[in-house]
Every structure is written in structure tokens, then in C-alpha cells.
Ligand binder design. Structure first.
Ligand code: ADP
Ligand code: MG
Length: 707
């Protein structure tokens, strides 16, 4: 084994070898039909998948000591022969598995609770390595839940003095076999040239790809692993950032966009029509937006600001600049409620400066729709507010130069660009109220420039909204808070959700809860109901009633999560809050205390997991959206967050957005520098990495080229 892994580094890198990576894994020696099927089932279908199937831990056999000499209380690895295997069942639902192993100097017993399968994996006389903390129990040396690994007979005594990598096994392919197959894959296709430009590797002090692959799979010493891991993680992040930088360049660098008039009469008219002065965050964000709009290169910008930070006013000014330029703009929201709200808030401002607009959603009547389509096509309407309805095939614009997309994470990348494509290289402004950690923002939206709204207009301080965790026994007291608020002329929300279940189930739960509150808890109050299942007209009617103060308590599913603005609502109860993510809870909390009156956020939760408890603690302890987002990332890991947001993104195998933030920044900087100096990836030293970056973009490329 050692000799073969040497071979990976001894020969010269061969460019043709990279092609083997995409061959079926059955090209690897020893992968027969049975193993091929087992591997494929585990997602290891191509040679590449095996090469990138990194070990998840290592046993350092070089430090494996004689059993007699391992100090008590130390983490250690011992190597010996299995003398005894037993499974005991002292009582129901408890199994204890004990494996005694011995070397020439002594015996140590491994003990596992409720893992009876351990006993099936090994038998007496097997040679094994066992790693764990050595303890003394009733005069016997033992390790509790140690890591146990069978050493193959043919590995022989040469195993000693080496590091044993442990690759995740799969049904039908044991850890030992997996190790052997990875070694075969490496000797078949490990001698690849490094796609990272040499200058970059030198500057960042990164070992070569060939070396790193060998070192991470079969390190000669544990000290080799870190450098290899860093190189491979950097490679993942860099390729992704390069893909983003190239995508950005396609949009921003090449296609000639529209140079807007950004200092015109209507823009100033709109500023004057606003009932307030912009905050300094709003002013600088607007300046950034207008600077982009004034340039011929298309804008590709994201406006990040917590709920209530005043993104709408910034967007409204951008719309006015479009009017000054004599072109058209479209503003797309994820729900009809929101689209209608934008029309309701921004529409009158546009009226005040003599700009024509329309609202186009799924529930627009056929007659009105026909008229809107005609007026958008002939250019007599300047601004269109709406939902997905704005990007349907039969909607055409005379000259669309600005696309604003709100709450972007609800739309896919495709939809975001579908709107832009309705114009020719239209400027794009994406707005999001979900404060995402920077590392995640760079990964998901690395192709966008960013503007932040951090302060809230008329910031009333963190004391303005109080958050309290409520357990089941204090329900009555929480309802008293609602009652008191209503008595003082305020309003309340009760939010119900069954995440992971269907909309229909969620709607049923809210409907039941509304019924219960109406009949048993607040028979004297006006209780309303809003669910995602209701018809749009019904929804708007309920929202309007709530806005007009004709409903005291609004029971709702998560439809209200986004953007609803009723300043008189001061109390919110969230049922089953442990089912919500931090970002979602934070968004919900943003709905209350938007006016002068202080708010109460009452979190009904019964967290069963430690993670859930920590989430509840976090929401109660801070109102800083960015801090919560970082905490969410830390608690849940990026896998879940990325998965939820966008499925199209390539998987990061090694790199972690939590732990590798520094590498990520480095990768981003390097990627942008390279694209600036060689935007078409024409230099020979960029050829390989360009191919990888394009492969990473995958199908998304299609719209980049045409958009
Ligand atoms: P967002 O869209 O970011 O959630 P909005 O644009 O809806 O925030 O603004 C939240 C509230 O703050 C609205 O009622 C809006 O009228 C008000 N507002 C926005 N900007 C200012 C400002 N500069 N000064 C005072 N109030 C503002
Ligand atoms: Mg908003």
C-alpha cells in the first residue's frame, strides 16, 4: 500500500488523467459489478467521487503503544488481537457490547451501549486498532465507546508506524475495502495537474493537488493532513468564487446596459414626496444604487436590510430615476399580499410625481391584465409591480431597464434573471430582509455587489420589543398580554406552523387554532384568520380588515412572515416556535413594534433538542439580525441552510462556511483579481481552472450567455 501511494507523487502529472475522473467508478480496479452497485447507491458513481471521498478520521498507529504503557485518562490508540466478543442485555432496551483485545503486554476491553452491530463486524482472532480514552473499571482496563477498526490480514505488521485513514463505509463496502478502492482510484487517476494557477499556489503557499490528494487520503504523518485539507478546501471555495466572478463579469463587464438619468426631476420629486428624510444608511445605499444605474454596465446589486430598515424607499427612488430616463421598471415580490402592499405604498408616491404604474398578479382580472400587457408593451406604463405574473411568457416590455426583486431567497436564480431578461441587460436590484452571514452571502450571491441597511429609521432601541419564552403552564398569562394590548387599542398576531408538513395541514392547524381562540379564549374579541390556502381576494380582505383595525387578533400561518406592515400590531404569539429557524423567528418578530408603541414577542416553545434550546435562547437574547444569522449558521451548519435556500449550488465537501471564513475571503479576493486581469480566461495557466469553474456553474450557464 505504501509503495503504491508513493507512485502518485513519483510520476509527473498527466493532463489526460483528469479525463478519467468522469469515467464510471467501475473503471477502478477491484470495483466489480457488486461493488459498483453498492458504491453507486452511496452516490459514488464516478472515479472522481471516489477520489473526493475523503477520510473522516485517522488512526495514528505510529503512536499505538503497548497496552501496559498507555497512561490512564489519555486518548490513545492500541493495536491487538480480539480475544472475546460479547453482547449483554442487562435489561430491556439496553445492550452492552464488550470486545476484549490483547497484545503481548495486556488486555483492554472496549464497551459500547446499544450498538449491538459492533459485535457483528468483528470476531475472535481479528487484528484491530482501537482508539479511545483509557479508564480503569473494577480493575480492568477499558475504553467506553471507542473507535474500533479491523486491520486486514494482508495489511500485516507494516500497518504499525503508519496513519490509518478511515473512509466512510457503505452497505456492501467495508471501511477496509473503501480504503483499498480509494487507493486504486488514486493510482489510476491521482496524478492530475493542479488546476490552480502556479503563481497563486506559490503566493498562498498551497501544496499541489496531487500531493494534497495523496496526503489527505494516506498521510505519512498526521501533520501532513492540515496542509492538504487547506489546499483542497481552498480549491473548492476558489472554484466557486471564480465561477461567481465570471458570471458577474458576463453580466456587468460585457453587455452594454442602460445609462440612467440619476439626478432628474422625478427622483428629486419623489424624495420630496416622502414623508420623512432618508436615514444615512438609506442615503448611502441609494447613492450606490444610483451610481450603478448611471453607468452603462448593468447593475448587479443586492440590498440587504432587516425588516423595517426602509428598503422600499430606496427602491422607490430607483423607480423614479427610471421614469426620468424614459424607460421602464418592474418590481417583483414573492406573494400577492406583498406585491399589493408595494403598489399601495409606492404607487401613491409615483402618482405624486406623475409616473404611471400597474399591479400585475395572478388574480388580476383578464380585462385588466390585457390592458396592462398592452400598456407595458407600448411603454405607456412606466412601473409594474407584481408577482411571478411579471415574468410570464406573454408579458413584454417596451424598454425595461430596471428589475427589482424583493425577498430574493424565495425566488430561484432563474426567476431572478428571468425578470432581468425581459429587458436588455437590465439593471438588477435584489432586496432581502433575511440577514445572512457574510460567508453564506459570498457563497450564494458572490456575483452580486452588496449594500447594507443596518440602522432602522427612528430606531427605538432593543428595549422596544421584548421577547419572552413561554412554557405551556404560562399560556393564560400570555393571553392576558394580548387582552391588555387590545384593551389599549392595539392588535396582536398568533402564528401557527407545521413546518415540513403540507400547506393544507398548516392551514388546518391555523384554522383550528382560530376556532379555539374565538370560542374559548377570546370570545369577546374579533379574531381573524389568514392562511396560505385562502383565495387571494379573501387574503387581501382579511389583511385589509386587520390594517383597518377591524380585527383584534389575527391568527395566521407563516404567510405573514414577509413584509406585512401594520404599525398598530404590538403583540405576537408564535406557537411551536421550536419548529422555526432563527431567521424566520427574527422575520416574524420584525412585524411587531413597528409603530411608536412597544412590542411583546411571546415565544411558545417546547424544545426537545439541545440545538432547539439554544435557538430559543438566542432569539430571546438578541435582536441583531446579523448576530442571529451567524448563530443559526453555527447551530445548524451550512448544509441545511444551503439546502434550504438553493439546491443548484455545488456541494462543498471539505470547506466549511463556519470554520473556513478566512479561506473564503482569500478565495474571493483571488478569484476577482484573476477575472480582472484575464476576464476571458485566455491565459494558458487559467485554462484548467476555467474548465472547472464552468463545470461548477452547470446549467446556470445557459441564462448567463443569453442574459
Ligand atoms: P423594509 O421594506 O426594509 O422592511 P420599509 O421600507 O417597509 O422597510 O420601511 C419600514 C417603515 O419605516 C415604513 O413604515 C416606512 O414608511 C418607514 N420609514 C422608511 N424609511 C424611513 C425614514 N428614513 N424615516 C422614517 N421612517 C421611515
Ligand atoms: Mg419590505
Amino acid at each position: 500500500m505504501a509503495a503504491e501511494s508513493e507512485r502518485c507523487t513519483a510520476t509527473a502529472a498527466n493532463p489526460a488523467v483528469r479525463a478519467l475522473w468522469s469515467h464510471p467508478v467501475s473503471d477502478v480496479r477491484l470495483v466489480d459489478a457488486r461493488r459498483f452497485e453498492a458504491l453507486s447507491k452511496a452516490g459514488i458513481a464516478r472515479v472522481e467521487d471516489l477520489i473526493l471521498h475523503y477520510p473522516f478520521r485517522y488512526l495514528d498507529l505510529s503512536t499505538a503503544g503497548a497496552i501496559r504503557e498507555v497512561p490512564l485518562g489519555d486518548d490513545a490508540t492500541v493495536v491487538g488481537v480480539v480475544r472475546d466478543v460479547r453482547v449483554k442485555r442487562p435489561r430491556q432496551r439496553l445492550t452492552i457490547t464488550e470486545v476484549a483485545i490483547a497484545d503481548d503486554t495486556g488486555v483492554v476491553v472496549g464497551v459500547w451501549f446499544n450498538q449491538p452491530y459492533i459485535a457483528q463486524r468483528i470476531k475472535v482472532d481479528d487484528r484491530v486498532a482501537m482508539a479511545g480514552r483509557l479508564e480503569m473499571d473494577f480493575g480492568l482496563k477499558q475504553m467506553k465507546t471507542p473507535f474500533l477498526e479491523r486491520l486486514d490480514a494482508e495489511d500485516g505488521p507494516s500497518q504499525l508506524g503508519r496513519i490509518l485513514p478511515v473512509h466512510r463505509a457503505t452497505e456492501g463496502v467495508s471501511p477496509n475495502w473503501m480504503r483499498r478502492l480509494v487507493l486504486e482510484a488514486l493510482s489510476l487517476a491521482g496524478d492530475v495537474p493542479d488546476p490552480l494557477p502556479a503563481a497563486l499556489r506559490v503566493r498562498r503557499q498551497l501544496p499541489s493537488l496531487r500531493h494534497s490528494l495523496r496526503a489527505i487520503h494516506f498521510p505519512r504523518a498526521l501533520s501532513e493532513v492540515d496542509g492538504a485539507r487547506r489546499r483542497l478546501a481552498y480549491g473548492e471555495l476558489f472554484t466557486l468564487q471564480l465561477a461567481m466572478a465570471l458570471r458577474r463579469h458576463r453580466v456587468v463587464g460585457e453587455s452594454p446596459g442602460h445609462s440612467h438619468t440619476v439626478d432628474g426631476e422625478r427622483m428629486h420629486g419623489l424624495l420630496a414626496a416622502l414623508p420623512f428624510k432618508l436615514t444615512s444608511d438609506q442615503s448611502s445605499a441609494l447613492a450606490e444604487v444610483l451610481a450603478d444605474m448611471g453607468r452603462p454596465a448593468p447593475m448587479n446589486r443586492m440590498l440587504l436590510g432587516d425588516v423595517g430598515t426602509g428598503k422600499t424607499a430606496v427602491a422607490a427612488c430607483a423607480l423614479a430615476a427610471v421614469a426620468d430616463s424614459g424607460t421602464q421598471a418592474a418590481m417583483m415580490a414573492p406573494t400577492e399580499v406583498l406585491a399589493a402592499q408595494y403598489a399601495g405604498k409606492v404607487g401613491p408616491l409615483l402618482d405624486a410625481i406623475g409616473v404611471r404604474w400597474c399591479l400585475l398578479t395572478g388574480s388580476t382580472s383578464p380585462t385588466a391584465r390585457r390592458q396592462h400587457l398592452r400598456e407595458l408593451a407600448d411603454g405607456s406604463v412606466t412601473v409594474a409591480f407584481g408577482t411571478h405574473a411579471l415574468i410570464q411568457d406573454d408579458v413584454t416590455y417596451d424598454h425595461l431597464t430596471l428589475a427589482i426583486v424583493d425577498e430574493q431567497h424565495r425566488f430561484g436564480v432563474q426567476q431572478r434573471l428571468a425578470l432581468r431578461r425581459k429587458g436588455e441587460a437590465a439593471d438588477l436590484l435584489v432586496m432581502t430582509a433575511t440577514p445572512i452571514p457574510r460567508s453564506l452571502a459570498l457563497t450564494l450571491y458572490g456575483d452580486l455587489d452588496t449594500s447594507y441597511l443596518r440602522e432602522r429609521p427612528g430606531d427605538r432601541g432593543p428595549e422596544h420589543i421584548r421577547t419572552r419564552l413561554v412554557n405551556a403552564t404560562h399560556r393564560a398569562a400570555a393571553y392576558d398580554v394580548v387582552r391588555a394590548a387590545v384593551a389599549a387599542g392595539r392588535q396582536a398576531y398568533v402564528v401557527c406552523a407545521l413546518i415540513d408538513e403540507s400547506d393544507a395541514a398548516e392551514a388546518r392547524a391555523a384554522t383550528r387554532e382560530a376556532e379555539r381562540l374565538r370560542t374559548r379564549v377570546f370570545p369577546d374579541l374579533r379574531v381573524g384568520l389568514l392562511t396560505g390556502k385562502m383565495r387571494p381576494a379573501e387574503k387581501s380582505a382579511v389583511m385589509e380588515a386587520f390594517r383597518d383595525g377591524d380585527v383584534d387578533v389575527l391568527v395566521s400561518t407563516t404567510v405573514i412572515e414577509v413584509g406585512v406592515d401594520v404599525p398598530n400590531a404590538t403583540v405576537m404569539i408564535v406557537e411551536d416556535a421550536e419548529r422555526f429557524g432563527l431567521a424566520q423567528l427574527h422575520q416574524l418578530r420584525g412585524r411587531i413594534g413597528r409603530g411608536e408603541h412597544p412590542g411583546e414577542f411571546l415565544v411558545f416553545a417546547d424544545p426537545r433538542t439541545e440545538e432547539g434550546r439554544q435557538r430559543m435562547k438566542a432569539i430571546a437574547s438578541t435582536s441583531d439580525g446579523f448576530a442571529l444569522a451567524e448563530e443559526d449558521l453555527r447551530l445548524r451548519g451550512e448544509g441545511e441552510l444551503l439546502g434550504q435556500r438553493q439546491s443548484g449550488l455545488p456541494r462543498l465537501r471539505l470547506a466549511s462556511l463556519v470554520d473556513d471564513a478566512e479561506l473564503l475571503e482569500m478565495a474571493r479576493e483571488d478569484a476577482r483579481t484573476i477575472v480582472e486581469s484575464d476576464p476571458h480566461m485566455e491565459l494558458a495557466e487559467h485554462a484548467l481552472i476555467a474548465i472547472e469553474a464552468h463545470a461548477m456553474l452547470g446549467d446556470d450557464e445557459a441564462w448567463v450567455k443569453s442574459g
